[in-house]
Design a protein around this ligand. Structure first.
Ligand SMILES: CC(C)(COP(=O)(O)OP(=O)(O)OC[C@H]1O[C@@H](n2cnc3c(N)ncnc32)[C@H](O)[C@@H]1OP(=O)(O)O)[C@@H](O)C(=O)NCCC(=O)NCCS
Length: 273
């Protein structure tokens, strides 16, 4: 397609949340309309329409310390291999460059094929795990944990101050912050499954103990995005019925400006890091 024939990139607004949700649902992703609202309200979302229909998106969500998370890179199956994802991610990178931001993302295998040539370099690996049938309901694990404790622990692990994001998650109906034996996690609703993460703990045993307590108190399918190098944690999960659905490759564009002191056990989600 000649460049002049290429459809324009548009900046999307909060009114595009439902159209965005249609794209992530087509890809069988777990995001809700509330998730889209975070990107549309607090970030910059670029899109491409075909007539009235939104057919492609990419979002840039600014984080603290001159960082940003790129996600929601979605192209409808009817419009792939036309360079749309490349153009949209390029627009995110240009915005990041103008603002002096280092960009991060968690790539699906298909996404990694797009981002590598753009200059992203791989960092750590993640594994998406699913538990189709949790054992609940039983007594929920101690919920005395506060948002403040989660925020502080999350910052220690990621290097980002994500107060606004974690607050937005925690305020949703159905969200809870749970803690046990020094481990802490947030559980929130997704489109088809509840999502466990971020999950921070001192060691794999404490992380597994908290997951077990969550499983015993939940009745819907659960998803969790584990850091692949947390081997004992992954082994414990698969031994107790969790199945690995897919890998994600964390990638970075630009200099590393933050280093986490702790390695998380599970992240907030590939779309948020
Ligand atoms: C991944 C995705 C966004 C790519 O969108 P796209 O608009 O088709 O990508 P582009 O046309 O910009 O592709 C650019 C290059 O990336 C590579 N690429 C893209 N999709 C690929 C795939 N499925 N397999 C292998 N290489 C691929 C190719 O080299 C391609 O260049 P080419 O078409 O000239 O060979 C799209 O397939 C999609 O929405 N998939 C489902 C959701 C998803 O995984 N999103 C990524 C999240 S990290």
């Amino acid at each position: 397609m000649a460049v002049t024939d290429a459809p324009p990139l548009l900046k999307l607004g909060i009114e595009d949340a439902i159209a965005g949700l249609a794209l992530s649902t087509e890809a069988h992703w777990n995001q809700t309309e509330d998730d889209w609202r975070i990107f549309l309200r607090d970030g910059i979302v670029f899109g491409i329409r075909d007539g009235m229909r939104l057919v492609a998106t990419a979002a840039l969500l600014p984080y603290s310390g001159n960082n940003a998370w790129i996600s929601m890179v979605l192209v409808s199956a009817t419009h792939r291999r036309r360079g749309y994802a490349t153009r949209l991610v390029d627009a995110c990178l240009e915005t990041a460059r103008r603002n002096g931001l280092t960009s991060w993302l968690d790539a699906t295998p298909d996404g990694a094929a797009v981002y590598g040539p753009l200059g992203f370099t791989p960092t750590l690996q993640l594994r998406r795990l699913k538990l189709a049938r949790p054992a609940g309901p039983a007594a929920p694990p101690s919920s005395s944990a506060t948002l403040d404790a989660l925020r502080a622990r999350d910052q220690r692990a990621t290097g980002f101050d994500r107060t606004a994001l974690l607050e937005a998650f925690a305020q949703r109906p159905g969200s809870r912050i749970v803690a046990e034996n020094g481990a802490i996690a947030l559980v929130r609703d997704g489109r088809t499954a509840r999502h466990v993460g971020p999950l921070l703990a001192d060691d794999a045993a404490a992380a597994l103990g908290l997951v077990d307590a969550i499983v015993r108190s939940e009745t819907s399918p659960l998803l969790l995005d584990a850091i692949a190098s947390q081997g004992a944690f992954l082994d414990g999960l698969t031994a107790s019925g969790w199945t690995i659905e897919r890998p994600f490759q964390r990638m970075r564009f630009g200099p590393a400006t933050v280093t986490g002191e702790d390695m998380p056990f599970a992240v907030a989600g590939p779309e948020f890091g």
